[in-house]
Design a protein around this ligand. Structure first.
Ligand SMILES: Nc1ncnc2c1ncn2[C@@H]1O[C@H](COP(=O)(O)OP(=O)(O)O)[C@@H](O)[C@H]1O
Ligand SMILES: O=P(O)(O)OC[C@H]1O[C@](O)(COP(=O)(O)O)[C@@H](O)[C@@H]1O
Ligand SMILES: [Mg+2]
Length: 529
């Protein structure tokens, strides 16, 4: 068998290479089994745009590249309503910025659109998923398919308005639902979806309150939405519609969609929500319902695959600066001061890494992707002692999912089935105090947990733009007849992805990436193992 697992033999070890933490185990089981474990991680963690082929590729086959690309094209093909309704006939788009039709409530048999308008996206337009041609698997962050790092173009579908649409606006009832935890920008996305739907001519737009739960809880009623209702909602954080974890099963949700006559569903949420959205899409197909289900990835943790970043992440990093700066001021102003800041990041340390990079005030950054010791000669505490001796103060930034192996397992899950973690921030604070007392060195330890404060703020300017474009593209995707897709930023362009491709596992910080290396350069921290 000449599969990739046999193809790559030797890859050099990095002397200071990071030890992989528990969270990588699911990646190593992948079919693309490189021999060097940290390379497996580098190849599959999708720090940016890597992906795992569904089939083993025989690299001895002279046609492997063509086969690989065919496989890729098939995997990234967007599910379309015509898959189940082959005779569904499209109509010219009602989205035309030149004509802005229809204006009033009545819809004649046809819609006037400007034939000369060239503002549409062709269904064959594509965006390049990977933009670096690595010349060696040893290049930092390399994502290679074969040992020669052969250049293989991988294209995904460009997002945007299509010239032909598969829904008549007067027949649409659109619903928006926001699930999971809060994230800056939810209101911006809701607002933009509503505004864009109205431009297409949709009149029936509703919000489902409190996540998927709103589909089954009889006490909760639909929220009518219009441009007027959403006009200023982006000026505050949170979600106009409310959020929740857990809720009804897919069958009940689809029954509810049928009862309510909803045929466009916009689902804003993270990995779990998207798994739900994909299941809803599949159930609608099974029941032969003409429903378009479109996701918009919402995760402050930035843990969705294949995308440059998700909305709310930038805002979180920016807001985290305030906490880090306070920790720094406290630590710097005290004799032997130590400031500890805990940031969100269940399995991915992106917020902690980027906040560390941007603040320039952090000495130790701890993320879920990398194991660390607190105690012992190479542990965090001994480095803190060194920092107090040499700098006089220190700042630690820790992601909530880091160091969970050091804590007692809670075995508790939330309503969505996510494991409830032990508090690593509090643990580090306590252990730090204990350690310095034991060694008889004065240390003034201050702990800051700004997590929920960060999550509740409104989106900053850059996220505001991201939300706007994602919201618009979600609506374009639905009218284009796609379903079971989500929208994301890909190498500064906007693309549609089949949902399963972006949620097969959480996107993680790649310890071999340049970004993590830059973070280490910035903090000057050693390996804590
Ligand atoms: N595998 C799954 N299949 C279907 N629905 C899911 C799945 N995982 C989570 N959900 C539902 O998605 C919603 C949000 O999930 P959660 O994990 O809390 O947040 P997020 O979407 O941000 O990851 C919850 O209502 C939950 O019941
Ligand atoms: O207290 P809650 O609502 O469970 O939220 C905590 C979780 O929310 C997050 O910010 C994001 O999680 P989701 O993407 O699942 O919403 C995690 O970082 C954190 O673990
Ligand atoms: Mg989640």
């Amino acid at each position: 068998m000449g599969s990739i697992s046999h193809a790559i033999t030797t890859l050099p070890h990095c002397h200071h290479g990071p030890r992989l933490s528990h969270s990588n185990s699911l990646l190593i089981t992948s079919k693309v089994a490189y021999k060097h474990k940290s390379r497996v991680f580098a190849a599959l963690s999708s720090n940016n745009h890597s992906f795992t082929p569904t089939t083993d590729i025989d690299l001895n086959d002279p046609d492997w590249k063509t086969k690989f690309q065919k496989d890729f094209e098939a995997r990234f093909r967007l599910p379309h309503l015509t898959d189940i309704f082959p005779h569904a006939a499209p109509i010219p788009s009602t989205f035309c910025l030149k004509m802005r039709t229809p204006i009033d409530g009545d819809f004649p048999g046809h819609y006037s659109s400007d034939e000369e308008w060239h503002g549409y996206i062709n269904n064959n337009d594509r965006v390049l998923l990977k933009t670096i041609h690595y010349s060696s698997p040893t290049s930092a962050g390399a994502e290679c398919i074969d040992p020669d790092c052969t250049w293989v173009e991988q294209w995904v579908h460009r997002a945007g308005p299509r010239e032909k649409i598969y829904f008549r606006p007067e027949e649409v009832k659109a619903a928006i639902v926001t699930c999971g935890g809060l994230c800056p920008g939810l209101n911006d996305v809701i607002r933009q979806i509503v505004i864009t739907l109205e431009i297409y001519g949709v009149k029936k737009i509703v919000g489902i309150p409190f996540g998927y739960r709103g589909f089954s809880d009889k006490e909760l009623t639909e929220v009518p939405l219009s441009r007027k209702v959403v006009q200023n909602i982006h000026l505050s954080g949170g979600s106009l519609l409310g959020v929740s974890r857990g809720g009804p099963g897919v069958g009940d949700i689809v029954d509810s969609l049928e009862e309510r006559g909803i045929n466009m569903l916009f689902v804003l949420g993270g990995n779990g929500t998207h798994a739900g959205a994909n299941a809803i899409h599949n159930e609608c197909r099974k029941k032969q319902l003409k429903v378009s289900v479109i996701g918009v990835p919402k995760t402050i943790d930035n843990d969705i695959l294949l995308m440059d970043k998700t909305f709310g992440f930038d805002t979180a990093v920016e807001e985290a600066q305030r906490a880090i700066n306070s920790a720094y001021i406290e630590a710097h102003s005290a004799y032997h001061g130590i400031g500890i800041v805990k940031l969100m990041g269940r399995s991915s340390g992106f917020i902690a890494m980027q906040a560390t990079l941007s603040s320039g005030q952090v000495d130790i950054c701890l993320i879920p992707e990398l194991l660390f010791n607190l105690h012992g000669p190479h542990g965090v505490l001994s480095h803190l002692k060194y920092l107090l001796q040499t700098k006089g103060s220190a700042v630690v930034c820790v992601a909530e999912g880091a160091g969970q192996d050091l804590l007692q397992k809670t075995n508790i899950t939330d309503a969505s089935g996510n494991i409830v973690f032990g508090d690593i921030g509090v643990y580090i604070q306590q252990e730090t105090k204990k350690y310095f007392k034991e060694i008889g060195v004065h240390a003034d330890v201050k702990y800051i947990d700004p997590t929920y404060m960060i999550r509740a703020v409104r989106a900053n300017a850059s996220d505001g733009i991201l939300c706007t474009v994602l919201g618009q593209n979600a609506v374009h995707g639905a009218f284009a007849g796609y379903s079971g897709i989500t929208v994301g930023l890909c190498n500064t362009h906007y693309a549609y992805f089949p949902i399963p491709e972006v949620i097969s596992h959480p996107r993680l910080v790649d310890p071999n990436s340049r970004m993590w290396h830059r973070c280490l350069t910035s903090t000057g921290q050693p390996d804590f193992i």
